[in-house]
Write a protein of this length. Structure first.
Length: 403
């Protein structure tokens, strides 16, 4: 847009800027590296009068999300941010926010989980709550962080679901790059205030999240109310509906802002690819350069990047990977005792699909371990050699492991 402004900023600043543009009303703040600059930036704007919002400084991450749940329950637009063990400390309230269907938006600057302590990047933290019922979106650069955080408010408020916007700690959170900031008028057009699912009113007292039994039961007025299983089914259906809503919101933003990010996923050199490299986050950009290099060696490689991980874009994965020779999934997390979580979901999506490729897994970058294009390319070359040798059952490869 002509009145947009391009500024060089970090990924954390991009997340904070999106929250300001969304005119959030309540921000809960508790610091943890590498997300601390998000809430620090917002605190400064509130203090300086640039953002009219309540900044609630709490004593723990658990309390931060509790404040957001309470504020969202009375209809406020809310935001917070966290990382790693901070997200783990929120675990009880992660499930509560999802089950209560409150539209919380939270940025997660992905960081390794302790013990041992490590402040650098992998995606183990957000993967640990992938089954809690939040929408999970992953960003590949700082522009996508800003725009995806804005989109998250529209998704949260239209679907009555919390949204976790994930981006790689330090690799994006503290790295600067040009970001186009849309005008406030454009954001106001894209983010109309929706009616919250639940509004607490002192004149109309009610319970939120009361004890719910297994089977449907009538309330004191005789109205038959859902049992626990019905509520879980409705929650699941709402999350599944995000498979349609995420591309729709991305396209709506594209019409106003002039850019989209692929909706659920994005591809690079997929048209004729025989080998498809799969990842989420900034690693997918690096894999794009790897694929381009490998084509010079006669390996027709392409990249499928996952922007939405929950809900999992099963149909898009099936379409993108059908009739390929090999799918090599790079995870920045591990489901210990099994394999990388994205790899598991890709395997599950391809089950029974005619012409499905072999699926190999690779684990990369845990705890901030360097992953160079050369190491990634070598991993692909070894996988291609194994496919040509007829290897079907192959353990995951740990990239740049030094045991």
């Amino acid at each position: 847009m002509s009145d947009a402004l391009t500024v060089v900023m970090t990924g954390n600043e991009a997340a904070a800027t999106a929250a300001r543009l969304a005119r959030v009303q309540v921000i809960a703040a508790y610091p943890i590296t590498p997300q601390s600059p998000v809430v620090e930036t917002l605190s400064k704007w509130v203090e300086d009068g640039e953002l009219e919002a309540e900044m609630v400084r709490v004593e723990s991450e658990h309390s931060a999300l509790t404040v957001c749940i309470a504020a969202a329950s009375v209809g406020a637009r809310v935001f917070t941010a966290t990382s790693a063990n901070g997200l783990a400390y929120m675990n009880e309230q992660i499930w509560w926010a999802a089950g209560a269907r409150v539209p919380v938006v939270m940025a997660c600057a992905n960081r390794a989980m302790a013990a041992p302590w490590n402040v650098l990047n992998d995606q183990q933290d957000s993967m640990s709550v992938r089954d809690a019922g939040w929408i999970q979106l992953y960003c590949r650069d700082n522009q996508e962080i800003l725009d995806t955080t804005l989109q998250a408010f529209r998704l949260a408020e239209s679907l009555h679901l919390p949204v976790l916007v994930c981006y790689d700690g330090f690799l994006l959170s503290h790295t600067v790059m040009p970001v186009e900031i849309p005008s406030e008028a454009a954001v106001d057009e894209l983010l109309p205030r929706g009616r919250p699912l639940q509004v607490l009113d002192p004149l109309d007292p009610r319970n939120v999240g009361p004890v719910t039994l297994a089977d449907p039961r009538p309330d004191p007025g005789g109205v038959l109310c859902h049992g626990y299983m019905e509520l879980r089914a409705l929650h699941h259906r709402a999350l599944a509906s995000a498979l349609t809503a995420i591309p729709e919101v991305d396209n709506a933003f594209g019409r106003v802002l002039g850019r989209t990010f692929g909706g659920l996923s994005y591809g690079h050199l997929l048209e004729d690819a025989e080998v498809v490299l799969v990842a989420a986050g900034s690693l997918s950009l690096e894999l794009g350069a790897v694929a381009e290099s490998l084509r010079g060696e006669g390996i027709r490689a392409g990249v499928l990047g996952l922007r939405a991980y929950r809900p999992f874009p099963r149909d898009e994965v099936r379409t993108a990977l059908r009739r390929r020779q090999l799918c090599l999934v790079f995870d920045k997390a591990m489901s210990y005792g099994h394999e990388g979580p994205i790899c598991s979901d890709v395997r599950g999506a391809l089950g029974g699909v005619p012409g499905a490729p072999l699926v190999y897994g690779a684990v990369a970058g845990l705890g901030g371990r360097d992953v160079t294009p050369g190491q990634l390319a070598d991993t692909v070359r070894r996988a291609v050699a194994d496919v040509r040798a007829g290897v079907r059952d192959r353990p995951e490869e740990w990239v740049n492991l030094r045991l």
